[in-house]
Design a protein around this ligand. Structure first.
Ligand SMILES: [Zn+2]
Length: 186
């Protein structure tokens, strides 16, 4: 793929260009677009939440975003819109499901209350996904040469939407479970 006869500098630039192209295309499988995410949310709500809620729990929209680096997902309560970090685009399906489900539960319960936790556990892979996310965060923290700290919320429970990325106040490894609900007014 690299033409012959290039000087080393030019060759390096071409290779770096190819690498960054591949990295970008590796971000999100074409089968997992926003439509897939939206359909997944409806499926999860229908399967696990509608009956206990006594109504149809439907987000106004669900989409991937590439701008969230400190948390896995967010739910803007006022608008009913859910955003999922595309860091998770290639994560196992049960992990994406659990994160989407966590945000769906926020439509019923804004804070990480006891009711929230019990609703969140209606997803059968909740614990499994939480552990996967913890491992992922620890791995990233280690890769960045930092010690992974404990979750920053008081109960030490792992969260999914994590601290608000808007205020830039928190670190990736503290974002497994965020302290707060997610009406960030976006
Ligand atoms: Zn949350």
């Amino acid at each position: 793929m690299v033409p012959l006869g290039l000087d080393p500098g030019e060759e390096r630039r071409i290779v770096e260009g190819l690498v960054s192209k591949v990295s970008r295309s590796a971000g999100r499988p074409p089968t997992r677009g926003d439509d897939w995410l939206q359909a997944l949310a409806v499926h999860l709500a229908r399967t696990h939440l509608d009956r206990v809620a006594g109504c149809e729990v439907r987000p106004a929209g669900v989409r991937w975003v590439s701008t969230m680096s400190h948390r896995w997902g967010s739910c803007t309560i006022d608008t009913g819109r859910i955003r999922i970090s595309d860091t998770l685009a290639r994560a196992p399906q049960h992990v994406v499901e659990a994160v989407v489900f966590h945000e769906l539960v926020h439509l019923l319960e804004p804070g990480h209350t006891a009711r929230f936790r019990s609703l969140e556990r209606l997803h059968p892979d909740h614990e499994l996904a939480r552990n996967w996310l913890r491992g992922w965060s620890a791995g990233h923290a280690a890769a960045r040469g930092r010690l992974a700290g404990p979750p920053d919320d008081a109960d030490g429970d792992a969260a999914i939407d994590g601290p608000d990325d808007a205020d830039g106040a928190t670190e990736w490894d503290a974002a497994i479970d965020g302290p707060g609900a997610s009406s960030e007014g976006g």
